[in-house]
Design a protein around this ligand. Structure first.
Ligand SMILES: C[S@@+](CC[C@H](N)C(=O)[O-])C[C@H]1O[C@@H](n2cnc3c(N)ncnc32)[C@H](O)[C@@H]1O
Length: 214
């Protein structure tokens, strides 16, 4: 294990420390964020459609990277809190969305899917794009997404895939048994969930039941 990866968070799926695009770090991380911002546009559009944020809603984005979906969610009139463990991504996403950050409409912090730091039951929607395999604990992440949603709130978790995945994403598509493992985890946390196979993405969709205790 190198100096760089010692102590880094580990993926539940790969059981190895996160590096590269999985946890953009330092100056190379900033470049990786810039590349994701340039290349992932179609995926962010599809995620934005699935999320369908409405004016006045409060959305949490987990693993926002360079902040392209943040920008689109704000453009839909929602307010957004975001968590990402990479300080470089937080800085880059804040720069991309500087006017909204200054206006108090976007709050982009260091945090993770498993520990968002948000209060119970407050958010209208939560979204995670291209980072669920990087969480260190899949089940804890799913429980956290449900915990922070208001009753009736919705969760959208997405990864590269679908009928027309981007060429560069084809080597990191998830096999069916892993798609099913993520679906099972979401069902355990939410009670019900579905797997959606889109164009550039696969997505796991769930709602917090409209009336249920904590
Ligand atoms: C491949 S990038 C995707 C970024 C962006 N969502 C996109 O689609 O362009 C993965 C992101 O997940 C973040 N990440 C890694 N571990 C995470 C965790 N446990 N919880 C939330 N985000 C995480 C990384 O810092 C990185 O910004």
């Amino acid at each position: 294990m190198s100096e760089h990866t010692r102590g880094a968070p580990r993926s539940w799926l790969l059981d190895k420390p996160l590096t590269g695009f999985a946890l953009p770090t330092g100056r190379i991380g900033s470049l990786q964020g810039w590349l994701m911002g340039r290349l992932n546009g179609d995926e962010q559009s599809e995620a934005s459609t699935l999320l369908a944020a409405r004016p006045g809603e409060h959305v949490l984005e987990v693993g926002f990277g360079p902040g392209v979906l943040v920008e689109r969610t704000l453009a839909a009139g929602a307010r957004l809190t975001g968590v990402d463990p990479s300080p470089q991504m937080a800085a880059q996403a804040r720069r991309r969305n500087a006017a909204a950050v200054d206006a108090g409409l976007a709050d982009l912090r260091v945090g993770t899917a498993e520990h968002t730091g948000m209060p119970d039951g407050t958010l209208d929607a939560v979204v995670s794009v291209n980072n669920v395999p990087m969480w260190s604990d899949l089940d804890a992440g799913m429980r956290e997404l449900r915990r922070v949603l208001r009753p009736g709130g919705r969760a959208v978790v997405a990864w590269h895939g679908g009928s027309r995945p981007r060429f560069v994403a084809r080597r990191i598509l998830l096999p069916d048994d892993v798609l099913d493992r993520i679906l099972a985890s979401m069902r355990t946390a939410f009670g019900a969930a579905e797997l959606h196979r889109g164009d550039r993405l696969v997505a796991w969709l769930a709602h917090r039941a409209p009336s249920e205790p904590g």
